[in-house]
Design a binder for this molecule. Structure first.
Ligand SMILES: Cc1ncc(COP(=O)(O)O)c(C=O)c1O
Length: 422
């Protein structure tokens, strides 16, 4: 018998593990160059800061006879990087000193690792995480993979949080004896993936209030991956770190240096206000990898300290705004609105979130999806972005990767298929 056919007994986690949709979509996009991808949330290769990174790498090599940056780093992350991140974050979180922010920080292999760590240390299989609606689909897959249930925070028709319904939902969960299985609440609060919406201070306060009134001061995970990627002006709501309403809650604020600077460096970070939770995250991080890539952190530390991070943001903001406009305009020109589709023009982020007429099924195995692939365009089916009760007529389009001409062509292709489904 060949070794490949020898049966392997998997753990519950191994048995549950399914191919991550994101990896599939990224592979399709990379391996089929003629396909225009509006799917994976990549950044634009033409805007990546190759020159800046090369200069910093050269100056690191030239400036030191002790290349410690090529040595293992620390589990929590480079002190210098945490310090410059703390100083930067302080401008939006004045309730903390830069030192306090740096002390409470954990540097991770992208914020994706921080999400996985949080789910691992907080939840057992069968536990519940409250998530925004729609939510970041890769995190939803993490929850699924760990056997954790996602339960959506209720929304109004315009996508804003419905605090009254949230209260009713929590009461019903209490009555059913489910509430003590709620282990965390998660939301993407700035130019969200996928909806491009930002939560107002009032909406965030509404979530805190509904939970606290019912004694559910569970950890809050605020995912601010796109906070820096505004087009004109930052979104004005404070983060949970600085909101009085979230005072009694353990808080984990997550952000990343991938989307706003270089995805390939894969460095993210979290600020955790709860010492015991931070310790647990660090313990499990130690089991994962005992520290993220030290060289990448050293590069980013210098880039931030030298002002290169802000320069890159200033450069890419108008570029992404122009790309959003190109896609938006081509969808309009393709008559998508006449075909009954609706979407918002975002103020930041990398995504358009489209609602099709309710009878247009956009799921991965749908006729609509197949026809889009035949037409040479790929998207993220919106049903993947719902923790529960997923509608099947939403689509997420990313304008991160393609240049404006290709975005216009991709919009035309998408629109021509949509027109056939009127
Ligand atoms: C909302 C959100 N959170 C977290 C991540 C993870 O990003 P990274 O691991 O590159 O920091 C992403 C990536 O697409 C995202 O969209």
């Amino acid at each position: 018998m060949s070794a490949t056919t020898t049966p392997v007994l998997f753990s519950d986690l191994g048995r549950r593990a399914a191919p991550p949709t994101i990896a599939r979509l990224m592979t399709v996009a990379i391996e089929t160059p003629e396909l225009l991808s509006l799917a994976a949330g990549f950044t634009d290769n033409r805007t990546l800061p190759a020159g800046e990174v090369a200069d910093v790498a050269r100056s690191l090599a030239a400036g030191s006879s002790d290349p410690e940056y090529l040595q293992y780093g620390t589990n929590q992350g480079r002190q210098g990087l945490r310090r410059v991140l703390g100083e930067r974050l302080r401008s939006t979180e004045p309730a903390y000193s830069a030192e306090q922010l740096a002390e409470r920080m954990i540097v991770t292999n992208g914020s994706q690792q921080a999400l996985y760590l949080a789910a691992q240390v907080l939840c057992n299989p069968g536990d519940i995480v409250l998530v925004d609606r729609p939510s970041y689909f890769v995190f939803l897959e993490v929850l699924l993979g760990l056997g954790i249930q996602a339960r959506s925070l209720p929304t109004h028709a315009d996508g804003s949080l419905d605090a009254t319904k949230l209260g009713e939902m929590l009461d019903a969960m209490k009555a059913r004896g489910e509430a003590d299985r709620i282990r965390a609440v998660y939301f993407v609060s700035y130019f969200s993936n996928p909806s491009a919406r930002s939560l107002s201070a009032q909406e965030k306060a509404g979530i805190a209030d509904a939970l606290q009134r019912r004694g559910l001061t569970v950890p809050v995970i605020e995912d601010a991956a796109y906070r820096d990627l505004y087009f004109q002006a930052p979104h004005n709501a404070p983060s949970v770190l600085s909101m009085e309403e979230w005072g009694p809650f353990p808080k984990l604020y997550l952000s990343t240096l991938t989307k706003p600077f270089a995805t390939g460096l894969k460095v993210g970070y979290g600020v955790c206000t709860h010492p015991e939770l931070l310790k647990k995250l660090l313990h499990v991080k130690g089991h994962h990898d005992f520290g993220s890539a030290n060289f990448n952190q050293a590069v980013l530390e210098k880039v931030i300290a030298d002002g290169g991070f802000e320069r890159q943001l200033k450069r890419i903001r108008p570029m992404y705004a122009a790309k959003m406009e190109a896609l938006h305009a081509s969808l309009e020109a393709a008559g998508l609105e006449r075909a009954g589709w609706r979407w918002n023009r975002p103020d930041g982020g990398l995504y358009l979130w489209l609602e099709a007429p309710s009878d247009v099924d956009t799921r991965l195995d749908s006729r609509f999806c197949k026809e889009c692939l035949e037409a040479g365009v790929v998207y993220v089916p919106g049903d993947l972005c719902f923790g529960d009760e997923a509608p099947t007529h939403f689509v997420r389009l990313s304008f991160g990767v393609l240049e404006p001409n290709d975005l216009a062509e991709a919009g035309r292709r998408f629109g021509s298929v949509a027109a056939r489904f009127r």
